[in-house]
Design a binder for this molecule. Structure first.
Ligand SMILES: [Zn+2]
Length: 369
């Protein structure tokens, strides 16, 4: 799930507008090179996808099978991966996929929607009303905007730093080069894509019974996006968190850092044993709860330091870079870096990227208040 360079660039473009063990961390990587799945309970599976050829990460897909019908959470990015998932689902069950939930609007969780729509004629695509709105605004035209993305990536490569001022490591430069090379096959896939945005929305909570299996879909507040949805199975104590939780290194660029903390605290009130993150490895038992604490602790420390530096340096968008530099100089994040990224170079690079993005998001939020 390494935040592949295209994805970094995409998030930067979009949002410029607008105590678990180190061993556990090291076991997971921000890069996913192989497709795999995990059986979470009888009739419940989670699929992890390998990164796309353009290095874009693909969100995890969860399949929940009831006595009568099937609900899928997130349709991933590449149509070919969604097709592979559907073939796999048909091996697991002969019941139809009746519901597809989009946890949020980002492409790496929604671009497979059209493939499900074609495969299952009675499909309902469910999302929070804000997610449905954002999908309708951003998802069409994805294919046409591809050339602009390549240009933006080339510019970052030439400048040697991303739009958050993060200087590219050699590994990241190589990744940008790989991402540019991988655009062509991805573009070819999207040529025939029929885009489908959610056609059924909710605002706070929705409960569906698939036949002897209750599924709750909840909006617990803003975090990664305006319309983040989580899917909760009360009997099985499974929580499917979308990108509110990404492992081993979170996606904290963009979004709403202060609300993120509140939303995670709401999330923590649910009685769960298993967390399926938006990307990365399944978290079980106490490890999931500890990881939430790690996320809130880190986010909160960065918001506090950003506020402090804004008071010292001055308000306004023009002070973003001086504030960023002062935060990075004064806040010691080495312990968090170690806890999230371990000793893995890709994870560490990605931690630095997400940290720079979090400062940008916190700055936008704090100085505007
Ligand atoms: Zn994602």
């Amino acid at each position: 799930m390494k935040f592949r360079q295209l994805f970094k660039n995409f998030i930067v473009l979009v949002f410029s507008f607008a105590l678990f063990s180190a061993a556990a961390v090291a076991a997971d990587s921000v890069k996913t090179t192989q497709r795999s799945f995990v059986k979470l309970a009888e009739g419940i599976y989670s699929i992890r996808h390998k990164d796309a050829p353009d290095t874009f990460p693909q969100g995890n897909t969860t399949v929940i099978i009831g006595d009568r019908e099937v609900l899928v959470v997130d349709s991933c990015y590449l149509p070919s991966s969604a097709r592979e998932d559907i073939a796999q689902i048909k091996e697991w069950t002969n019941k139809p996929v009746r519901y597809l939930v989009n946890t949020h609007w980002h492409y790496d969780h929604t671009m497979g929607n059209g493939v499900y729509w074609e495969a299952f004629p009675f499909l309902t695509i469910i999302a929070h009303s804000e997610t449905a709105k954002q999908s309708a605004n951003y998802n069409p035209g994805w294919f046409e905007r591809f050339p602009r993305r390549a240009d933006a990536m080339r510019k970052i490569l030439t400048d040697g730093k991303d739009n958050n001022g993060k200087v590219l490591s050699d590994g990241e430069k190589k990744e940008y080069e790989d991402a540019i090379k991988g655009l062509e096959p991805v573009q070819a896939e999207f040529k025939t894509l029929v885009d489908r945005t959610p056609n059924f929305t909710f605002d706070s909570e929705l409960t569906i019974n698939l036949g002897n299996r209750e599924v709750q879909i909840k909006h617990l507040g803003r975090g990664n996006t305006k319309g983040d949805a989580v899917v909760y199975l009360p009997k099985e104590k499974i929580l499917i968190a979308g990108d509110l939780i990404v492992h081993p290194v979170p996606y904290l660029f963009g979004g709403y850092p202060s609300d993120f903390i509140k939303t995670l605290n709401n999330l923590k009130q649910l009685d769960f044993q298993t967390i399926v993150p938006g990307h990365g490895e399944i978290l079980r038992g106490q490890a999931g709860k500890d990881y939430i604490d790690l996320l809130t602790g880190f986010t909160s420390a960065v918001i506090t330091e950003v506020g402090k530096q804004i008071n010292l340096i001055g308000n306004g968008q023009r002070n973003l870079e001086p504030v960023r530099q002062a935060v990075q100089k004064n806040l010691d994040v080495s312990a968090w870096r170690q806890k999230f990224a371990g000793n893995d170079k890709d994870n560490q690079d990605f931690f630095d990227t997400t940290y720079a993005g979090l400062i940008t998001a916190a700055h936008a939020e704090v100085w505007g208040q």
